[in-house]
Design a protein around this ligand. Structure first.
Ligand SMILES: [Zn+2]
Ligand SMILES: [Zn+2]
Length: 170
């Protein structure tokens, strides 16, 4: 399958990574796969940066694409640390029931947790959570703030501070 990077021909497609529309003429990444519902191929569209973060192998397989260095680096980090593309967003745990996939302890209500997803059968499925403090152990790097900010657009400056402190404390 040949994946592509091209300017969006319309503003209708939604990004599979962040759920927001991809503006007409903005560069977008298209992952091609066999159509799960019938014959032929399906294309799954992402903003360039969202594709780099969530589908690094496929993203980097596009030949001859001129991609900003910072975006390419996000994809390369995702290849070095294979769990990084699982980062879907960060959120405060609504209850104290879920356990962390890394340390196996409960994630206390109202504390920050990272939502993990994997791509299977043409969609992202949730596979659980990790404490923000467990990032280094789980992902192999604590350098995840750019991804968290990208996929959690609603974070305030104070919340970003709080999360970066939790990451710095690991
Ligand atoms: Zn996106
Ligand atoms: Zn943990």
């Amino acid at each position: 399958m040949t994946h592509i990077i091209e300017p969006a021909s319309s503003g209708r497609a939604k990004c599979r990574g962040c759920g927001e529309a991809i503006k007409k003429d903005a560069l977008r990444f298209g992952e091609r796969a066999p159509n799960p519902f019938g014959e032929g191929e399906a294309t799954y569209w992402f903003h360039l940066i969202c594709g780099a973060c969530r589908r690094p192998d496929e993203f980097l397989s596009v030949e001859g694409a001129s991609v900003e260095e910072s975006i390419r680096q996000l994809a390369e980090a995702g290849q070095r640390h294979y769990r990084l593309p699982r980062i879907a967003r960060v959120e405060r745990a609504p209850s104290g029931r879920a356990k962390c996939r890394q340390c196996r302890q409960i994630i206390a209500a109202r504390t920050w947790r990272i939502v993990l997803q994997i791509w299977e059968e043409a969609r992202f499925s949730s596979i659980g959570f990790v404490h923000v403090e467990c990032s280094k152990d789980y992902f192999g790097t604590a350098d995840i703030l750019p991804r968290i900010k990208l996929f959690t657009a609603s974070l305030s400056a104070e919340e970003v501070d709080e999360i970066s402190q939790a990451l710095g404390a690991v």
